[in-house]
Design a protein around this ligand. Structure first.
Ligand SMILES: *Cc1c(COP(=O)(O)O)cnc(C)c1O
Length: 428
């Protein structure tokens, strides 16, 4: 090996100064093995690594880059904002504009607070739900991710509808003792949890289309029952739409399912690639937040003027008539192409998509919950991942992650991806 790969050199340097060489764990390729690619630049549907190899990008920064990289209108808005100043620690008109734009698209929300990350938004929504209801217990579902706040880093305990155990060191069991962890799409467990704990439940938090156990939809009946039980027991229904908001459709998973949550958590697309997230809901609940109410929440960089410019420009583009029809059709053609390729090569395969978000499984049928997602064959997935990577196609480096198509992905990119996948399917 005369010339070491520049990605290997960078990874070695990174590991000396950053734990695991990465600033967010899944980037490390731990699940699939190998050296993470260090990205130099990106444009449209592509990015280039340190060795100047080009990849078709199906991660899109894990969701935000719905327009593709370097969209001219977004770049211009950000450049203009930068010249006006990076951060003021005082309110700006652009924060109002972004709040108005979000509320116009998500009628379940009457007020919104801007923050800087999805973790922060989910954590704050949780505190607000507890503050507004005066209750402690929360429900979450196995396989849903709501950022890394202590109370949400929890897995199911033993037995049905029990309180959970921490999934991370450094989270004392006492901190998750009020978190109930249920199986996704399991109506019987949901009923039991409310029957046992209904009067103590502050909120039920859910990814109504889950994107952190690959791609799994809540069934219409399940989502509807979550709404009914929360209403009956005075608990708040919280949709974590950090991934699905402005990604599965212009009105989020709540628009797709036709279910109205009390609180909505947003992130990813609303920042267009900049650190920006939000949470919101009815006025009476949101006015419980400081400085109006007793629930404390704050942020030095919240509503940052450059991030809001980026988010606003992104929302403007995706609000154009026909945007999501075209994006859904493109994503649908990828999913159909992959299904056909797998069928032609006799590989068990199932896939689903909504808007610009998709998931596929090396399984005969679409899984309905986390344990069935995890029945996927890891070794085969890894072969597929590395086969695609070698052919210039970058998908998420773990089988429990969703994929993302942007408006910049062309039919030729889809065709190249499907052709690459078919070659690998043949060898599986
Ligand atoms: C990404 C994500 C988060 C966390 O957002 P960060 O900005 O990474 O903190 C929370 N919830 C869901 C559903 C997500 O997909």
């Amino acid at each position: 090996m005369a010339h070491p790969d520049p990605n290997d050199i960078l990874f070695e340097r990174a590991r000396a100064v950053i734990p695991g060489g990465v600033n967010s764990p899944v980037r490390a390729f731990k699940a699939v093995g190998g050296t993470p690619r260090f990205i130099k630049r990106a444009q449209g549907a592509y990015f280039w690594d340190a060795a100047d190899r080009r990849y078709i990008d199906y991660i899109g920064s894990w969701g935000p880059m719905i327009l593709g990289h370097g969209h001219p209108a977004v770049v211009e808005a950000v450049q203009r904002a930068v010249l006006e100043g990076f951060s003021f620690g005082a309110p700006t008109e652009r924060e109002i504009e972004l709040a108005e734009a979000i509320l116009a698209l998500l009628p379940s929300m009457e007020m919104v607070r801007l923050v800087s990350s999805g973790t922060e938004a989910a954590m704050s929504a949780l505190r607000l739900a507890r503050g507004a209801t005066g209750r402690k217990t929360i429900i979450k579902f196995e396989g849903c991710y709501h950022g890394h706040a202590d109370a949400l880093l929890v897995k199911a305990g033993s037995g049905l509808a029990t309180f959970g155990n921490p999934t991370s060191a450094g989270v004392p069991p006492e901190v998750v003792q009020h978190t109930l962890v249920l199986e996704y799409n399991n109506l019987a467990q949901l009923e039991e949890a409310f029957a046992l704990h209904g009067n103590d439940i502050a909120c039920l938090m859910i990814e109504a289309i889950a994107g952190n156990m690959n791609f799994v939809r809540a069934s219409a009946a399940f989502a509807k029952r979550c709404r009914e039980l929360c209403t009956r027991h005075g608990a708040l229904l919280v949709f974590d739409e950090v991934m699905t908001g402005f990604r599965v459709g212009l009105h989020g998973a709540q628009g797709v399912l036709g279910v109205t949550p009390d609180l909505t958590v947003l992130g990813k697309v609303i920042g267009g690639g900049m650190p920006l997230a939000a949470f919101g809901g009815p006025r009476a609940i949101m006015e419980q937040l400081a400085p109006m109410g007793p629930v404390y929440q704050a942020g030095t960089l919240s509503g940052n003027p450059v991030a809001t410019a980026c988010g606003l420009a992104t929302l403007k583009e995706i609000s154009r008539p026909g945007f999501f029809d075209a994006l859904s059709a493109r994503t649908g053609s990828l999913v159909q192409g992959l299904k056909d390729a797998a069928a032609a090569e006799g590989v068990p395969f199932s896939a689903d998509s909504e808007g610009g978000m998709f998931g596929f499984f090396l399984l005969d049928a679409l899984p309905q919950n986390y344990p069935s997602v995890m029945k996927s064959d890891g070794a085969r997935f890894n072969a597929l991942f590395h086969g695609l990577l070698d052919r210039g196609v970058y998908i998420a480096p773990a089988l429990y992650e969703a994929g993302f198509v942007s408006a910049a992905h062309g039919e030729d990119d889809i065709a190249a991806t499907v052709a690459a996948a078919r070659e690998i399917f043949r060898s599986l």
